[in-house]
Every structure is written in structure tokens, then in C-alpha cells.
Write a protein that binds this ligand. Structure first.
Ligand SMILES: Nc1nc2c(ncn2[C@@H]2O[C@H](COP(=O)(O)OP(=O)(O)OP(=O)(O)O)[C@@H](O)[C@H]2O)c(=O)[nH]1
Ligand SMILES: [Mg+2]
Length: 347
């Protein structure tokens, strides 16, 4: 298991078909008009629509029940009833649909844009269809077919877009709480966070999933601190956000120690795109420290942050959004692969 799982169930129903109509033509001076009952409309379908901007099932949990419209009954003068509207259920890529009762797999939506799950009932034929030479006035029409109802389970393996990496107490949980819906415990002692926490940063209609994991310390790869088993939760992210506490005396070495620990877990992880944040810039004496950090890592995007200073909060948010899109522009971040070469030169 790489990410976090999200699951919920929903009740879905396709629409009933509209009934066919029994009707006879009535015109002036035509005492016995023929049958002219129109057909019922088709019931709407239940359709899953995969949306790339969604990353969790959170929006589904607010709705729970999805019903398509019923078809309208047919009318006189051979008028067909209107078809029922489909109900579309927006889900993130990778969603899996199961039968809620049996747990049986119905569909894995990976790589699929649109999936018609339950078709609406067919509309019934109007009595106009049933006229024959011997039965000129059929007093019956076909009923519409019923739609189908079902309870289904939805499951999703959420893969974080951005992972937060830092020593204990660096301010990781404070950052995720600031930008996302997460409520990760914050306290002024190390190892406050004991299990990974996910948060969703919304930008317009785009979800960016951020993972807050327990602090990493030197020797984590040998089991020191909380170890580094939590790194698997960020192993498939698009980028990493390293956090260095500027009020801590080890601020200048922190990044090298952290990335070396990550490299021991996997070089793929340590070579991901990243940004570096110097946190707690509101503390005394941290401005000079920040400048020292910035000049040590010239080739990286290095940003100051205080959760109490709005301008720093805004630029960090922008950098996180950029990181999640994996964009590389002139002033942007460079990959850790490039940086590794740089650090070797320095050493
Ligand atoms: N002055 C100041 N304090 C901060 C800032 N951000 C976080 N803190 C404080 O730093 C301490 C640690 O913050 P957390 O967010 O819990 O740090 P963490 O990195 O999640 O820590 P662990 O879960 O233990 O790894 C708390 O007392 C926070 O209030 C900041 O911008 N300025
Ligand atoms: Mg924490």
C-alpha cells in the first residue's frame, strides 16, 4: 500500500421508463378517431464520469444518493414523452466500484473517462403501435420498464501530490493545517505527528493532496526516531516540500541530512522535484539565517515561511501549487538530480 485509502458507499438509481399512452384521435366531425397514444420516454442512466481535477471522494460523501430522472409518459397525438436526464457521478481517476452487499468488483475506472453503470428503463409503447386490422381501437398501451437501484461501494487509493519532509518540530503539521482541510496535531515538542495525515488544498477546482508524515531524523534509515517506514506514503508524490526550522541551530545542515536519509530509502524519492522552506521566519535572528540558507542552495527554490505572516503564506502556497503541477519555469525549482551534482561539487 502506497497511499491512503478513501472509501464510501452511495445509493444509485436509474430512471423508470415512462408509460405508453392510451389515447384516441378526437376531431370535429370524426366521431371515432383511431388510436394515437404516444410512447413513454426512456429513463435516465447512472453514469460515472472520471474527472482529473478530483483527488478524493470527499464531494461524494456529501451527497450519497444519485437518482436519474424518470422518463415522461407518452401523450395523445402520438407525442412521445421526454427522456429522463442521466445522473452523472463525478469521481477521481482510479476509483473502483464494488457491490456494497457482496463486495464483488464491478468496475475499476482506471484509464476510463465515462462508464454507463445502470441503464434507465425503456419507455412503454403507446396504443398507436397496437392497432391492427381486426383491433382498431386498442384500449391498452405498454407500461414503461422500471429503472434499477443499487447500493455500491466506492474505493480510491489516494496518492499524495506533495510530501512534507522535515525534522520533528519544523512546522510541517502547522503548514498542512494552514493550507488544507486537515487537522494535524501541532505541539512544541518532537514527534507530535505519529501517523501520516492527508490534507487537500483546493485551488479553483483543482485538488492538491498534501501528506504530513512524522519527522525524520539522522539515522532514521537505521530506525532512529520513528524510523522511515512512513516514507512509502510519499514515495509516489510529484514533489517534496522540505521544511527547515530557522530557529533551530542545525538549520543549515538539516536539508542535507534529510535528503541523505531519503536517499537511503530510495534515490527515486530523494531525486524528486522539491522546494525548501525556512520556517518560523517571525522568530528573532532568523532573517540572516534564511539568507545563509538561500545562498547555500542557490539552485533550489528556497522560501521563508511564518504561519503568522500572510505574504510568506501566499508565496509558499503558490510554490506548492507549482510543485504539484510539476512545472519547471525559469524562476522555478530544479530537480534534486541536478542539485546532487551541485552538492558534490561543493563537498
Ligand atoms: N514562531 C512560529 N512557530 C511556529 C511556526 N510554525 C509552527 N510553529 C510552532 O512550532 C511547533 C511545532 O509545530 P508542528 O507543526 O507541530 O511541527 P511538526 O513539524 O509537525 O512536528 P512533528 O509532528 O513533531 O514532526 C509548534 O509549537 C508550532 O506552534 C511559525 O511559523 N512560527
Ligand atoms: Mg507534526
Amino acid at each position: 500500500m502506497f497511499g491512503f485509502s478513501d472509501e464510501t458507499y452511495i445509493d444509485v438509481a436509474s430512471g423508470n421508463g415512462g408509460h405508453g399512452c392510451v389515447s384516441f384521435r378526437r376531431e370535429k366531425f370524426v366521431p371515432k378517431g383511431g388510436p394515437d397514444g404516444g410512447d413513454g420516454g426512456r429513463g435516465g442512466d447512472v453514469v460515472f464520469v472520471v474527472k482529473d481535477n478530483l483527488r478524493t471522494l470527499g464531494h461524494i460523501k456529501l451527497i450519497r444518493s444519485f437518482r436519474a430522472e424518470n422518463g415522461r409518459p407518452g401523450q395523445g397525438a402520438r407525442c412521445a414523452g421526454r427522456n429522463g436526464k442521466d445522473v452523472e457521478i463525478p469521481v477521481p481517476p482510479g476509483t473502483v466500484i464494488r457491490d456494497a452487499e457482496t463486495g464483488e468488483l464491478i468496475k475499476d475506472l482506471t484509464g476510463i473517462d465515462r462508464f454507463v453503470f445502470l441503464e434507465g428503463g425503456k419507455g412503454g409503447l403507446g396504443n398507436w403501435h397496437f392497432r391492427t386490422a381486426v383491433r382498431q381501437a386498442p384500449k391498452f398501451a405498454q407500461p414503461g420498464q422500471p429503472g434499477r437501484e443499487m447500493r455500491v461501494g466506492l474505493e480510491l487509493q489516494i496518492i499524495a501530490d506533495i510530501g512534507l519532509v522535515g525534522f520533528p518540530n519544523a512546522g510541517k503539521s502547522s503548514l498542512i493545517n494552514l493550507f488544507t482541510n486537515a487537522r494535524s496535531k501541532v505541539a512544541g515538542y518532537p514527534f507530535t505527528t505519529k501517523i501520516p495525515v492527508l490534507g487537500v488544498l483546493r485551488d479553483g477546482d483543482q485538488d492538491v493532496v498534501i501528506a504530513d508524515i512524522p519527522g525524520i531524523i539522522e539515522g532514521a534509515s537505521e530506525g532512529a526516531g520513528m524510523g522511515y517506514k512512513f516514507l512509502r506514503h510519499i514515495s509516489r508524490t510529484k514533489g517534496l516540500c522540505y521544511m527547515v526550522d530557522l530557529s533551530d541551530d542545525n538549520y543549515l545542515d538539516a536539508f542535507d541530512v534529510l535528503s541523505a536519509e531519503l536517499a537511503k530509502y530510495s534515490t527515486e524519492l530523494s531525486s524528486k522535484d522539491c522546494i525548501l522552506i525556512g520556517s518560523k521566519i517571525d522568530e528573532e535572528g532568523t532573517e540572516e539565517r534564511f539568507e545563509a540558507l538561500r545562498s547555500k542552495y542557490k539552485d533550489m527554490k528556497v522560501l521563508p515561511l511564518s504561519i503568522y505572516m500572510d505574504d510568506t503564506v501566499l508565496s509558499v502556497k503558490k510554490a506548492l501549487l507549482e510543485l504539484s503541477g510539476g512545472r519547471k519555469d525559469d524562476g522555478g525549482f530544479t530537480s534534486r538530480m541536478d542539485n546532487d551534482a551541485h552538492y558534490r561539487d561543493e563537498a
